[in-house]
Design a protein around this ligand. Sequence first.
Ligand SMILES: Nc1ncnc2c1ncn2[C@@H]1O[C@H](COP(=O)(O)OP(=O)(O)OP(=O)(O)O)[C@@H](O)[C@H]1O
Length: 361
Amino acid sequence: MALLEVEDLRVAFGASTAVDGVSFSVEQGKIVGLVGESGCGKSVTSLAVMGLLPRGRAAKARKGDQPVQAAAEEASPGAVKASVAAPQAVPAGGGRRKGGGADVSGRAVFDGTDLLSLPASAMRRRRGKDLAMVFQDPLSSLNPVVPIGRQITEVLERHRGLKGDKANKEAASLLDRVGIPDPVRRLKEYPHQLSGGMRQRVLIAIAVACAPRLLIADEPTTALDVTIQAQILELLKDLVDHEGTALLMITHDLGVVAGMCDEVNVLYSGRVVESAPVRELFARPTHPYTVGLLGSIPRLDLPLHEPLTPIRGSIADVIRWKDGCAFAPRCDRVADACVAGEPALVGSAHAHRCVMAEEVA
Ligand SMILES: Nc1ncnc2c1ncn2[C@@H]1O[C@H](COP(=O)(O)OP(=O)(O)OP(=O)(O)O)[C@@H](O)[C@H]1O
């Protein structure tokens, strides 16, 4: 059994469905990508798995509310008071976007335990220790008025019981491990004294401080320039290779997917529309949305000046899945069958949700 099995995950904010029956799994020592354009449900999926969404009315009635801030404070290994990851979790889950709490259903089975059914206190113990998250924007994920050393030692104290010199030594060795030179001096510095790439390394150091078995990285390199991006991705890959960490990589960047992932799940309008091992997906994309995503990125193997083919329309041009394929209004190959009812996910190793798949192939 995989380390994480997400089954039929659904997340709704009031009447609006953000994640609509998503299933995927992540094996130990593997990198699994969740890919799709903005708004398809990638972040909400990961926040739901981490238990970081503000609870909606239905959930409150079931188990009592877990306030957003409380959840955020526990966000990741940086989930200590006034520390990392938390500020970013709040906007993603409930601050930046208005719309109240989330009603979450389905299962997210981690090492045999359904995380979605855990009480908030048990989930808090797991976050940071077994599961950790790295967010996109390190500046808003770190506390600007606390030296980075303190932000790391708080995690070590909380989850590993390390204090004083021992905690400081371990913090310096974590910074060293993520490639920050002169770590002892850096421990005393504040986030604004570090470059963007270094701040992201600090977040990764915090995330791995307790050797989590599952790391979720939500667009961890989007805010960085390409050379730093490559270093950070290499660092994450090393963790997987050397520690056997399972990595769920959330990205809209197919280049990152190609270079990093073992398996890929393509999301569209809250549902997985295609999932496959990475080579298979790039060699034989089957869903027209995946084909469109691949057609819209520049390729070195095509003649110079070959035009890119963007997907027409936007993710707002969707129909509800129960009425047919949500991608149909943007699809060049749309046929009557596409809007005749809900398309099922077909296949196992390489699965797709397209009734016209044979014609597409
Ligand atoms: N707190 C909230 N209240 C209401 N709707 C929300 C909330 N958080 C997210 N959504 C909606 O859920 C949908 C999925 O959002 P999500 O952030 O998961 O997308 P995404 O694929 O991660 O996009 P991006 O790459 O831009 O972060 C969007 O339509 C978004 O507006």
